[in-house]
Ligand binder design. Structure first.
Ligand code: HSE
Length: 382
């Protein structure tokens, strides 16, 4: 059987090598990229039509990143009846419903396991479990770059810029790391996971998000004084009002599972009615783990003949930003004395329990645009 790969960057190369070194019988016939690297002249084409109109190619892996032209290429392949696998969380998050239905209409498979958790088989297990269980909530570290940065700053005293540079050199960060740092990458992964867990269609812009772009050495010192460890967490829960989803740094006791997740690793935990608690841990970013996961999706698409129908419900649950409440750490130069928060040090405040709408409204009204906010894990005593 023959396959093609769109994009020969970090993930594309990892996927190509994983398949090349396997005994799977699935061969990569063509790779699309804007550059033809030396030694790959036979394999790499700059013309997408070489793949689209090659009837021998039945599975296409998209790992170009970004929305365009990835969207146009993926829809063209699905319309031609080629199965598509993708590591592109931006694409899957934005066009989840459309691409799911397009694949089904054309009798092909769409798989995107590495779009959340890199090398962790999170999404396919989430899909399996929810067939006969009810997912109540999930939470986890879903961005390898920010985990690498937070870990390096807290355990090895790296300055922020140095930690980011190393994460980029190791191939963890996006080509523009802004979406890693401001939480947008984690937010997309949160939306994709919530869509599968709760049978919904979340708009990524409707997930309140704090990133780590403003974190400073002062914050790291304050966490150390409090005996806590910061991690960037994406979480979502079904509440009586709808779906409560968020991305924010969270401060954990050192014994919490999330605090023990180091370097580029991710850790995602689900809580389900029958399954109870289940955590998956593994490398969340990087060429080989992500490439291997995408290669496995290609093999599923090439050899799996089952066709699962997805029935989207009539009434999609609304987002809920009021029910779930957390305590927050705020570091800012605004005077928050009037709020009655505790203040262990000048410019540092610990709030009482606040809902998402209130903490984000407080944040948006701060004059200090370099403020840093993290929620405090429920296990941390007041
Ligand atoms: N930039 C992403 C991360 C890559 O750091 O997690 C994997 O999605």
């Amino acid at each position: 059987m023959k396959a093609a790969i769109l994009g020969f960057g970090t993930v594309g190369r990892g996927t190509y090598e994983a398949l090349r070194d396997s005994k799977s019988g699935l061969t990569v016939k063509k790779v699309l990229d804007i550059y033809v690297p030396k030694g790959y002249e036979e394999l790499v084409t700059t013309d997408f039509n070489d793949i689209l109109f090659d009837s021998e190619i039945t599975v296409v892996a998209e790992c170009m990143g970004g929305l365009h032209p990835a969207y146009e290429y993926v829809t063209a392949c699905l319309e031609k009846g080629k199965s598509v696998v993708s590591s592109n969380k931006y694409l899957i998050c934005t066009y989840y419903r459309e691409l799911t239905l397009l694949a089904e209409r054309n009798g092909c498979l769409l798989r995107y396991t590495p779009a959340v958790g890199g090398g962790i088989p999170w999404l396919n297990n989430l899909k399996r479990i929810r067939r006969c269980d009810e997912i109540l909530s999930f939470r986890g570290i879903v961005n390898g770059t920010t985990n690498y940065i937070l870990d390096a700053m807290q355990t090895r005293s790296f300055p922020f810029a140095d930690a980011l540079r190393v994460a980029q050199e190791l191939g963890y960060a996006e080509s523009d790391p802004t979406s890693d740092l401001n939480g947008a990458d984690a937010r997309r992964k949160c939306a994709i996971s919530a869509n599968i867990a709760f049978d919904t269609i979340l708009d990524e812009d409707d997930i309140p998000t704090f990133g780590i772009e403003n974190i400073t050495d002062r914050d790291i010192a304050a966490f150390r004084d409090m005996g806590l460890t910061a991690r960037l967490i994406a979480s979502a829960a079904r509440t009586p009002e709808g779906i409560s989803a968020r991305v924010e740094p969270v401060l954990f006791e050192p014994s919490a599972l999330e605090a023990t997740i180091h370097i580029n690793y991710n850790c995602i935990t689900l809580f389900a009615e029958r399954t109870g608690q289940l955590s998956l841990i593994g490398q969340g970013a990087g060429k080989d783990p992500t490439g291997c996961s995408l290669a496995n999706d290609m093999l599923d698409a090439a050899y799996d003949t089952r066709r699962e129908k997805h029935v989207f419900p009539e009434d999609i649950p609304p987002t809920d930003k009021r029910t779930v409440k957390e305590r927050y750490y705020i570091r800012c130069s605004d005077d928050l004395g009037a709020f009655g928060f505790s203040s262990p040090d000048e410019g540092i405040y610990i709030t009482g329990e606040m809902c998402l709408e209130d903490i984000h409204s407080l944040h948006d009204n701060l004059k200090d645009k370099s403020a840093f906010i993290a929620s405090i894990d429920k296990e941390v005593s007041a």
